[in-house]
Design a binder for this molecule. Structure first.
Ligand SMILES: Nc1ncnc2c1ncn2[C@@H]1O[C@H](COP(=O)(O)OP(=O)(O)O)[C@@H](O)[C@H]1O
Ligand SMILES: [Mg+2]
Length: 341
């Protein structure tokens, strides 16, 4: 019997539905259940052919457990090694290298030193920073956000130098990026499963958290949808994620990739709606079964391709043109989503 395990945190709808869906397929030799784990012996098999990880970003114990599980033959969705290594700034750079449109982005040193660090550790760091050149490259308005963020935490919208410094002063010892605003006419969130299936959902970030998915919208612009699908797949394939969400802000018909570091994407029935929920549950259930049945379940480490010069030539990034905006200045935008979105 091959077991598929689901490891999850506070979410209520997706994990149970996934287990039920896999079991309802009634595939010989395959059963799904919630993962059960205690003290973990090194190099001991987990007992699962596949584990779907929805929570290890919040609990380092789980991340370590999953690395051990992968070592001993479990296929983990998503790969815990790559998830640990990845960050949003790298993601933006990767998009630029892949030829996916992405807003101009700069990585900034921490505003405050992390604990235990003294100025002796900073002798390689330019001081003061060349703010004029950074602001000239990015322009205003812009977004100041953590380089590995999630759930809209510590995301600041800034319209001027003054607002930038006011926001930057609040960023503690976080590593932040400054990114040109895309003054979008449309916004989409895509769930990508198995690096092949793409669900494109119109999304309105201006609405309250639980109403952001625009459920009554029909997707009409075929060329735009094709482009979004192609870019979402290119990003997830390059990153090696099996289950991810990719956000695009569309300006003048061009989809700019905004956030695709969501390896436990929001899949809650009450936010994405019944039709989307059924799609995601079914697609992930079938992916788990495929992985459980695969003869060699262990993944190829895709990022090695990034290191051997296999990427296409770099392209100059296009960027969102600054536009007047009604959004509040310099304010942190928050949401209470449990999944990492
Ligand atoms: N460059 C940008 N242009 C326009 N809107 C942005 C930009 N960056 C972030 N946002 C807005 O802020 C929200 C949160 O930013 P995001 O990068 O998705 O962070 P998180 O990982 O915390 O969700 C986005 O959903 C979008 O509404
Ligand atoms: Mg996001």
């Amino acid at each position: 019997m091959k077991k598929i395990g689901v490891l999850f945190g506070p979410e209520n709808t997706f994990p149970g539905a996934l287990v039920d869906r896999i079991n309802s397929l009634e595939i010989d030799g395959i059963r799904a259940e919630f993962v059960h784990v205690g003290g973990v012996r090194m190099a001991a098999p987990s007992g699962y052919a596949v584990i779907v990880d929805r929570v290890s970003h919040d609990l380092p114990f789980y991340r370590s457990y999953l690395k051990n599980a992968l070592l001993t033959g479990t296929y983990v969705i998503n790969n815990p090694f790559w998830w640990s290594a990845d960050d949003k700034f790298f993601n933006y750079a990767l998009a630029a290298r892949l030829g996916v449109d992405v807003p101009r982005t700069v990585l900034l040193p921490h505003k405050q030193l992390p604990p235990q660090i003294t100025s002796r550790s900073l002798r390689n760091l330019e001081y003061p920073l060349d703010w004029d050149s950074i602001f000239h490259y990015i322009g205003f308005p812009a977004y100041l956000k953590p380089h590995d963020g999630g759930g809209w935490r510590d995301v600041h919208y800034v319209r001027s130098r003054e607002e930038f410094f006011e926001a930057y002063d609040q960023t503690r010892d976080l590593s932040m990026v400054l990114q040109a605003e895309v003054a979008y006419e449309q916004y989409f969130r895509c769930i990508v499963v198995g690096q092949s299936d793409v669900l494109i959902m119109p999304y309105d970030p201006g609405r309250p958290h639980e109403q952001r998915y625009v459920l009554d919208h029909r997707l009409r612009d075929k060329a735009l949808i094709r482009k979004i699908r192609k870019s979402a797949l290119a990003l997830c394939r390059a990153l090696g994620y099996d289950f991810n969400s990719v956000e695009f802000a569309v300006q003048n018909g061009v989809p700019f990739a905004i956030d695709y570091f969501n390896p436990a994407p929001d899949a809650d029935l009450h936010t994405i709606g019944q039709g989307n929920f059924d799609w995601v549950v079914d697609a992930v259930a079938r992916l788990c079964v495929r992985k459980a049945q695969a003869r060699t379940p262990l993944p190829r480490m895709r990022w090695s391709a990034l290191l051997n010069g296999a990427l296409p030539k770099a392209r100059k990034p296009r960027a969102g043109k600054a536009a007047a905006s009604k959004k509040p200045a310099g304010k942190a935008i928050r949401s209470s989503g449990a999944a990492r979105d």
